[in-house]
Design a protein around this ligand. Structure first.
Ligand code: CP
Length: 315
């Protein structure tokens, strides 16, 4: 059974197959064609954390594929009352695919280990394959083919998004420059890092000029984890870490000056939500090179392809 968790098990061909499917599904949508490939199929969407894009894009995607999606908030379900393994096995009886935004990637792996239905890690502390594959689609579109993308640069903290993006790009054959003074400790996966580095395409440096030279795309993401916030405010227990990160990462903020000086042709990407004034400035979001909203939309198209691929369907 197929699962999409860290991308460690997916080959270059798997990634390119999903890219091809996503492009075809998007073309059909843009041409006004219906794509009811998953009629009567249900996607279970289990969330232990907040979301805007992931929830909307998966749910809209299933509607457009002729199927249905059920949103299940772990906080308003019975997960806290019982054994996780028992509860998730019951949950998976109701759907064809499980999309799971988990606090702990081990629980995503545990759900997948039952091999009842395909499982997608929809952003745990270590991985975000839906974001990485969607970003591959966005870069392919803006470069006129993924083979035209030669180099990306990741700025800021190494985290769940950078892990899966780095691995996807390295597998495809794209050079990845990482400018990160720190990795989010919870995100570190030595096996994933080793797999990406074995391609010889990953380079870490704190030299901005070197990292950004000839970059086709510059990516960044929040330095602050979702868990730091409650109702838009930093929780007391995370205030010290929040201040520490702000000081450490500010020299690597993605802003218009940095792009204009070091990589004036590079496109600006951010998986959103953007924390303006932290990892990205307002003038970078509004920069003519920014493709952030195309990037958000492409979650819809790529995730349809991911679900189709998991169910071994073709167009
Ligand atoms: N990029 C992303 O996953 O967005 P959400 O957290 O809003 O789902």
């Amino acid at each position: 059974m197929r699962h999409l968790i860290s991308l460690k098990r997916q080959s270059r061909e798997d990634i390119l197959t999903m890219l091809d499917m996503a492009q075809k599904i998007k073309e059909k949508r843009n041409a006004g064609e219906n794509t009811p490939y998953l009629r009567d199929k249900t996607l279970i969407m289990l969330f232990e954390k907040t979301s805007t894009r992931t929830r909307l894009s998966f749910e809209a995607g299933m509607t457009e594929l002729g199927g249905h999606a059920i949103f299940l908030d772990a906080r308003t379900s019975q997960f806290s009352l019982t054994d996780f393994g028992d509860e998730i096995r019951a949950v998976m009886r109701f759907g064809a695919v499980l999309m799971y935004r988990a606090k702990d990637s081990e629980n995503v792996k545990k759900a997948a280990s039952f091999n009842q239905i395909p499982v997608i890690d929809a952003c745990s502390e270590k991985y975000h394959p839906a974001q990485a594959l969607s970003d591959v689609l966005t870069m392919a579109e803006h470069s006129g083919g993924i083979d035209k993308v030669k180099k990306i640069t990741w700025l800021g903290i190494e985290n769940n998004v950078s892990n899966t993006l780095m691995l996807a790009c390295a597998k495809i054959g794209i050079e990845v420059a990482i400018v990160a003074p720190e990795a989010d400790a919870a995100s570190v996966d030595p096996a994933l890092r080793a797999q990406a580095e074995a391609t010889g395409l990953v380079r870490r440096t704190l030299n901005l000029a070197e990292a950004l030279k000839n970059a086709d795309y510059i990516h960044t993401d929040t330095w602050m984890n979702m868990e730091f916030f409650e109702n838009g405010r930093v929780k007391d227990e995370y205030k010290e870490e929040y201040e520490k990160r702000k000081e450490k990462f500010m020299p690597y903020q993605l802003n218009a000056d940095l792009v204009n000086i070091y990589a004036p042709k590079a496109k600006i990407m951010h998986c959103m939500p953007c924390h303006i004034g932290y990892e990205i400035s307002r003038d970078a979001v509004d920069h003519p090179n920014a493709i952030i909203f195309d990037q958000a939309e492409n979650r819809l198209h790529m995730q349809k392809a991911m679900i189709m691929w998991l169910l071994e369907k073709s167009i």
